[in-house]
Design a protein around this ligand. Structure first.
Ligand SMILES: Cc1cc2nc3c(=O)[nH]c(=O)nc-3n(C[C@H](O)[C@H](O)[C@H](O)COP(=O)(O)OP(=O)(O)OC[C@H]3O[C@@H](n4cnc5c(N)ncnc54)[C@H](O)[C@@H]3O)c2cc1C
Length: 553
């Protein structure tokens, strides 16, 4: 029996995003009585999809890429039945996407191992060496990375080492891959993200299916997607399973206030409804959490909880997702092609869902190809109106996105190659849709719930899941995790850590770090403490000094 079971038998969770559902899953499995209160009428938060129009076209908030280091997410998916034939992990995950960088005036380049990096990012040898040098410094730093490199903008750090083409191409993958954009993402986040991506262990094994033999997703190998819309392929089966496990759900119930007696939470309020449990997990967005905490000043002052205000100081992040629906099928020469439109002003990324999804998934009336994409930066001016996304009307945004995609020469070449020379602009677009919760207004774009993302200067304020209030716990991809990136891996890990803070029997999988990185970053921790230069710089300085001494001797 777990440490918390005697004291806390009933757990109330606010928020049915991935973090809240993960906590619910772990605790229900251990016999707790779990109730989830969700502000909207649907589970999934920022990861959900919907079919809103009469044409039944699927739409979604976000991309759904899952990297080889999504250990907690994949582990949990193995425990959720997709159908009587198997789990989400077995049946709902695609094979890896083939990520390519697509410039406007050069050929598309795909990742094919570490050696392909210079070609992919249009770097010459000198640029590749200096690029690797900065990356290696980030990889071999631990405390220096979380406290110093977190305050450095990654794009700015690399800028002096790269010419314009390489610099712009490299930074164009920050939004599509890391989920933050190049104006915001820190050197710490970038270094940590690519270290995990290129060195993670263990690999994830997958069974043979109608597409081919058994396969493995391992470090360096591309990202997986769902084989259909996320709400249909993840949340619907998951909620069904959780209900079977006894979890109760209340929809359209927003937490508005917590009552605190100086030691514990005594009750929670959803408007006038008073809600009580032995333990409370807040698995809601950090902006809304900050607002709720501000109503109970004594609570807001507590350790971990006082981090919310500085955590959201940079304001919401805007990443608008869109769909392009075509009335003819567009073929690609490669399977599951994921496109970074690397010269696009709005830093666009997209893939054709029919390349990834099960054949039986309805794309919507008369739709033969459906491209889903995201504009990853909101502060850079567009091609036609010279306005950033944030100041565009919805119509201007759609026009810009279309123009930026059609200007991508590399994409057009690939389409021509697979479609008997037919150009992309010759395929009729029958609908362009933008996720409905992004509201365009002259004052800027807002979303129903503000989107948070790791940025420069957020690392120090990530709250832990366990708070000093003995019956209050935090979950969410914005809390402190080893995933370190606002992602579904971060969300699952955080939900598991919140559940573990209640009951020690809950298992959480740790991120792997190669022994050589652990060793070198351990040495750098010592150098950082004595205010010496970073380890790689120190080695370089020592080598130069030795050469000078040798030459002088
Ligand atoms: C454009 C875009 C692209 C992305 N691409 C990827 C990707 O490729 N891979 C990846 O791993 N991640 C991606 N993400 C990130 C991922 O979607 C999030 O990190 C993750 O879904 C966060 O989950 P969460 O449970 O922490 O929070 P949320 O999803 O925010 O869930 C919080 C839940 O709480 C509810 N709630 C809010 N307020 C209240 C209240 N007062 N009372 C009760 N309930 C409340 C919300 O409605 C929501 O359901 C992307 C996100 C976006 C927006």
């Amino acid at each position: 029996m777990g440490a918390g079971f005697e004291e806390m038998k009933s757990i109330v969770i606010f928020g049915s995003g991935i973090a809240g559902l993960s906590a619910a899953h772990e605790l229900a499995q251990l016999g707790y009585s779990v109730t989830v209160y969700e502000a909207t009428d649907q589970a999934g938060g920022f990861f959900r999809s919907a079919r809103l129009g009469k044409d039944n076209m699927p739409t979604e908030y976000s991309w759904h890429g899952m990297g080889p280091w999504y250990h907690n997410a994949f582990d949990l998916m193995q425990k959720i039945p997709f159908s009587e034939k198997g789990s989400i992990y077995d049946l709902a995950l695609s094979r890896p996407v083939d990520f390519g960088i697509f410039p406007d005036t050069a050929k598309a380049q795909f990742y094919a191992g570490f050696k392909s990096i210079p070609k992919m990012f249009r770097m010459n040898t000198r640029e590749f060496i200096t690029w690797s040098y900065v990356m290696l410094k980030a990889w071999t730093s631990n405390n220096r990375s979380t406290s110093k490199y977190d305050k450095l903008n990654a794009a700015q750090t690399w800028k002096p080492f790269l010419k314009d083409t390489a610099y712009k191409t490299w930074r164009s993958c920050f939004g599509p891959w890391i989920g933050s954009d190049w104006s915001k993402v820190s050197l710490h986040t970038t270094g940590d993200f690519f270290r995990k991506q290129l060195t993670t262990k263990p690999p994830h094994e997958h069974k043979a299916d109608h597409e081919g033999p058994a396969w493995t997703q391992e470090a360096g190998i591309g990202w997986l997607l769902f084989k259909g819309p996320s709400s249909e392929y993840l949340f619907t089966p998951w909620i069904k399973h959780l209900k079977k496990m006894g979890v109760k759900f209340y929809w359209e119930k927003s937490l508005t206030k917590l009552e605190f007696d100086g030691t514990t939470i005594t009750s929670a309020f959803c408007g006038d409804d008073k809600i009580q449990g032995d333990g409370y997990i807040l698995a809601i967005n950090p902006f809304i959490t900050a607002e709720i905490l501000s109503k109970t000043p004594e609570l807001e002052k507590q350790e971990q909880l006082k981090l919310f205000k500085p955590l959201i100081q940079g304001g919401p992040h805007i990443q608008v997702s869109f769909r392009l629906a075509f009335s003819e099928e567009i073929k690609f020469p490669r399977k599951r092609t994921a496109v970074v439109v690397s010269d696009s002003e709005f830093n666009l990324t997209l893939f054709a869902v029919e390349q990834v999804w099960d054949k039986e998934v309805d794309l919507g009336q008369n739709i033969k190809s459906l491209w889903t994409g995201t504009s990853c930066i909101s502060s850079a001016p567009g091609k036609i109106y010279h306005k950033p996304v944030n100041n565009c009307t919805k119509e201007e945004f759609i026009e810009e996105v279309t123009a930026q995609i059609l200007s991508c020469g590399a994409l057009n070449e690939l389409i021509k190659e697979a479609n008997d020379g037919k150009e992309l602009r010759e395929f009729p677009i029958i609908k362009i849709e933008v996720w409905h919760e992004w509201k365009f207004s002259p004052a800027g774009i807002t979303s129903l719930q503000p989107k948070w993302v790791n940025s420069t200067n957020t690392q120090a304020f990530l709250p832990a899941q366990k708070t000093p209030v003995s019956n209050l716990f935090l979950a969410g991809a914005h809390t402190k995790t080893q995933a370190q990136v606002w992602s579904i891996e971060g969300a699952v890990e955080s939900g598991r850590r919140a559940a573990k803070a209640i009951d020690d029997r809950v298992g959480v999988l740790n991120q792997y770090q190669p022994a050589w990185i652990k060793f070198l970053s351990g040495i750098d921790d010592i150098l950082f403490t004595i205010k010496a230069p970073q380890l790689i710089d120190s080695i370089l300085i020592s080598l130069i000094l030795l050469i000078i001494i040798y030459l002088l001797a």
